[in-house]
Design a protein around this ligand. Structure first.
Ligand code: CP3
Length: 346
């Protein structure tokens, strides 16, 4: 049967008149219904690990806006949690984890193969979503890429420059590489079961790829994402992978598109759309890249930008998205305006 889901058609290399659209962090604090469910759950991790509530917040933006894809509600820090890294989310402060800076810290982590009992509720969320999503809506699973996850595990919290992770990489490369290998293996395990449970596409978020300079980008962003993509394709050849090496250089984006093995490259808003259409889109499907600030400011500039990005990418496979996650101060009306503008006949 010919594929009907628009997201899967774009990932298969088709150029569509109107590209599919979804939005990073589409289930989130800008939505009053998310805030209500979040309140009911108590803390953020409880929300992630309660399948009925996690499925509910995943479905909220689909009901409200009719996006072409739903992204599993979870977090990239569930893998460290499942490996035993004592993850917590402190309101207003972001994530807090026990740190990994010595061999003794690393020795306390569990094996990649042992993550599944802790993550079972996430797989259950996917099973519920598979039943409840509209027939035309694709279901996206995800994980953080090893480098980005490692930056939180090493520092114990988010950092503006990923300084602690760079320090460990430069001072104890053997330990850093052991951690990267553990995360790579755990991510393959995790995404495999997400696919078994119903994810039709998976996305790897390397949100801090931009701080890997020179040879480090190939070694610690591209190479682990390629290893994960290859392992998944060996098991599930028809499941597309979207890679997001956020903030890296145009040259690295091209190398990533050529050799990571992914079916789509997600681009952040700092990348010029004309450049990406000319240099990346001939190599792969491109996802992006409306600046998320337009979801706060709206108006004619938003309408103009949606039309410009749609037009710029109209000659090849494209998935419309923001360049990064929608922020809590966004106006839900602007999301509706973005979708309406994208879907208007030009
Ligand atoms: O996109 C979606 O709607 C799916 C769910 C999703 C979340 N986080 C939910 C979430 C996804 C795909 C993520 C990915 C994620 N998580 C990334 C990579 C993408 C990116 O944004 O760069 C990173 C770096 C994280 C780690 C993380 N999670 C941080 C640093 C924080 C705190 C900062 C913040 O935005 O509050 C989170 C919490 C988080 N993850 C929230 C949501 C909706 C907000 C928590 C809340 O409701 O209080």
């Amino acid at each position: 049967m010919a594929e009907k889901k628009k997201l899967l058609r774009s990932l298969n290399g088709e150029t569509l008149d109107v590209p599919p659209i979804w939005m990073m962090r589409q289930a989130g604090r800008y939505l009053p219904e998310y805030r209500a469910t979040r309140e009911k759950a108590g803390d953020f991790l409880t929300l992630c690990y309660t399948p009925e509530l996690a499925a509910e917040v995943t479905l909220q933006p689909i009901r409200r806006y009719g996006f072409d894809a739903a992204i599993l509600f979870a977090d990239i820090l569930l893998i460290p949690d499942a490996l035993g890294a004592e993850v917590g989310f402190v309101k207003g402060e972001g994530p807090k984890l026990s740190t990994i800076t010595t061999e003794a810290d690393f020795a306390k982590l569990g094996d990649a193969a042992d993550i599944h009992s802790k993550l079972a509720p996430v797989y259950e969320t996917l099973c519920i979503l598979k039943e409840e999503l509209p027939a035309e809506t694709a279901l996206i699973g995800f994980a953080g890429a090893p480098w980005t996850v490692a930056t939180y595990m090493i520092a114990g919290h988010g950092t503006p420059d990923q300084g602690a992770a760079h320090k460990l990489k430069d001072e104890n490369r053997a330990l850093f590489e052991q951690l990267m290998l553990r995360l790579t293996a755990a991510t393959i395990e995790y995404l495999s079961v997400q696919i078994e449970a119903g994810a039709e596409v998976v996305k790897l978020f390397d949100s801090w790829a931009g701080s890997l300079k020179g040879a480090d980008f190939a070694a610690y962003s591209l190479s682990p994402m390629r290893a994960i993509t290859r392992a998944l394709h060996a098991r599930y050849p028809h499941v597309p992978v979207i890679g997001f090496p956020r903030g890296t250089t145009p040259e690295n984006y091209v190398n990533f598109a050529k050799s990571s093995g992914v079916q789509a490259v997600a681009i952040d808003e700092t990348l010029d759309a004309d450049w990406a259409a000319a240099e990346l889109q001939p190599l792969t499907c491109v996802q992006g890249n409306l600046a998320s600030s337009h979801m706060v400011t709206g108006g004619q500039p938003l309408v103009d930008e949606v039309r410009r990005i749609r037009e710029t990418f109209s000659k090849g496979p494209h998935i419309f998205n923001l360049g990064h996650g929608i922020t809590p101060d966004a106006d839900p009306e602007n999301v509706a305006l973005m979708i309406e503008t994208l879907r208007e006949t030009a």
